[in-house]
Design a protein around this ligand. Structure first.
Ligand code: BES
Ligand code: MN
Ligand code: ZN
Length: 498
């Protein structure tokens, strides 16, 4: 998609479709009013009929307006004026742009709904770009006859209120596009089924991403190399699979040489059947999404490269399948992790922590400033937070606050759960240093407690994205989360947001 920011009067702007916001009290935005005045009150006359109430997400197409250079005008409902923010702007634009994509307008011009304020403009354009990219995203790689849109939306313009907003908007469009590159990549990898998206495939995609990019390097560790490092926990999971495990490492060197990197560690379980502790059949297909943490890490690194972010960032993705097999982990098995700590595997379906713990120990060698791991780790997190917020747990309050703020700011939210020492005893084992499950209560927290035993060497946060990484039901598909959150976190760290 091409984005541009423009100045000018709304009635003379040439476009296939001019989008104009209306609040739910029937009030037009300032630029909407300007347009209406230039059009002799034609829009207000439509609003008077009250077919269109301005509810969030509602749209109304107007044709053949006199003295208007746009081929059509689309009114978009912005909801309550008092509650209006970048999130509602995105929510208003998503259905509107989907409708445009279907109707065959190849370009459109969005009138900005705010008065002159740079950081609001930055946030609004970021949200709009996110909505536009979501509106046109399709995953048709596995259809024998893909049906691409005949006249796809190709150009989105923003009509800005003033000259200084122009700069803010242009920067926002750039950032928004880079985030979209990352989210789309994460979605594509995640939507691909387990028979195609194997650990080896994920590794190849990481290598392809790094190909030809001076600041990006991909390294893939084989099972033999992991064995040498003592990754007995990770390798115990892949023993039950015909596909070899891979440890994917992406190094993005955009920052000053020697400046400590941010490390992102993502669970890349390309299919989780549960192993010997096998899962029920219903919806098991969705366990192809158990690599969404890894996809999020690869996507975020892609976003960093797309915006030439001036930071050093490391991505580490332990990738494996979890299947039942004669050689698979059995309940009661005890394995030794790279850290030397031993683990009693009481449930083979709690495999994410088993591959992550070794990847986290491995990450120590990069001397990271902070480490964030991202994983579809527990069904309990869906029970706790649903599909709205990712679960956040951390051993450092400042890091946790930074992540929470980044999430709130970009609308890809997280919510913190406690990681009190008292929970740790749920992992006691009679036979090993720890068990891999913590009993009925606080499943999301005890999973994080397990990981915390491997992250003592650094500032660390854990994001459980079990509820946010994909949607089920009719809308089944990857969301690309938490690429926006992680990229926002990095942008703020680089002091590049407005
Ligand atoms: N990948 C699953 C978690 C999951 C389940 C995410 C459903 C999204 C939807 C993870 O490997 C798992 O199976 N966790 C178990 C842990 C339990 C055995 C302690 C779970 O949540 O049931
Ligand atoms: Mn599992
Ligand atoms: Zn899993």
């Amino acid at each position: 998609m091409q984005y541009s920011c423009k100045l000018g009067s709304p009635n003379t702007a040439k476009t296939a479709c001019l989008l104009v916001g209306v609040f739910d009290n029937g009030q037009l935005t300032p630029m909407g009013k300007t347009l209406d005045e230039a059009l002799d009150g034609q829009i207000k006359r439509v609003l008077k009929r009250q077919d269109f109430a301005g509810d969030l997400g509602q749209t109304q197409m107007l044709y053949d307006l006199r003295d208007c250079a746009a081929q059509r005008v689309m009114l978009i409902g912005l909801g309550a004026n008092k509650r209006f923010d970048a999130g509602s702007f995105g929510a208003a634009l998503l259905p509107a742009l989907r409708q445009l994509e279907k109707s065959g307008s190849t370009d459109c011009l969005i009138t900005m709904p705010n008065a002159a304020d740079d950081d609001t403009s930055y946030r609004l354009v970021r949200a709009a770009v996110g909505a536009a990219e979501s509106a046109v995203y399709r995953f048709e790689r596995c259809k024998s006859e893909p049906k691409p849109s005949k006249r796809p939306l190709k150009k989105v313009g923003f009509l800005m209120g003033g000259r200084s907003q122009l700069k803010a908007g242009e920067r926002a469009a750039e950032h928004g596009q880079a985030i979209a590159v990352g989210s789309s990549l994460a979605k594509d990898l995640a939507n691909l089924p387990g028979n195609l998206c194997t650990p080896s495939y994920l590794a190849e995609q990481a290598q392809a991403l790094a190909q030809g990019k001076r600041k990006l390097k991909a390294t893939v560790l084989s099972e033999a190399q992991m064995k040498k490092l003592g990754m007995g926990s990770l390798l115990s999971v892949s023993r039950g699979s015909r596909q070899p495990a891979k440890l994917i490492v992406l190094e993005y060197k955009g920052g000053k040489p020697g400046s400590k990197p941010v490390a992102l560690v993502g669970k890349g379980l390309t299919f989780d059947a549960g192993g010997i502790s096998i899962k029920p059949a219903a919806n098991m297909d969705e366990m192809k999404y158990d690599m969404c943490g890894g996809a999020g890490v690869i996507g975020t690194i892609a976003a960093c490269a797309a915006m030439d972010l001036p930071l050093n960032v490391i991505g580490v993705v332990p990738s494996s399948e979890n299947l039942p097999d004669g050689d698979a982990n059995k309940p009661g098995d005890i394995v030794t992790s790279m850290s030397g700590q031993t683990i009693e595997i009481l449930n083979t379906d709690a495999e994410g922590r088993l591959i992550l713990c070794d990847a986290l120990t491995y990450t120590e060698r990069f001397d990271p400033a902070v480490v964030i791991d991202i994983a579809t780790l527990t069904g309990a997190c869906i029970v706790a937070l649903g599909d709205q917020a990712s679960g956040l747990m951390a051993n450092d309050d400042k890091l946790a606050d930074d992540i929470l703020e980044a999430g709130t700011e970009c609308g890809d939210r997280a919510w913190r759960l406690p990681l009190w020492d008292e929970y740790q005893k749920q992992l006691d084992s009679n036979f090993a240093d720890m068990a891999n499950i913590g009993g009925r209560g606080a499943g999301t927290i005890t999973a994080a407690c397990f990981l915390s035993r491997f992250t003592k060497a650094f500032k660390w946060a854990h994001l459980d994205i079990a509820g946010t990484a994909w949607l089920s039901g009719k809308e089944k598909g990857a969301t690309g989360r938490p690429v926006p959150l992680l990229t926002e976190f990095l942008l703020r760290r680089a002091k590049l947001t407005l």
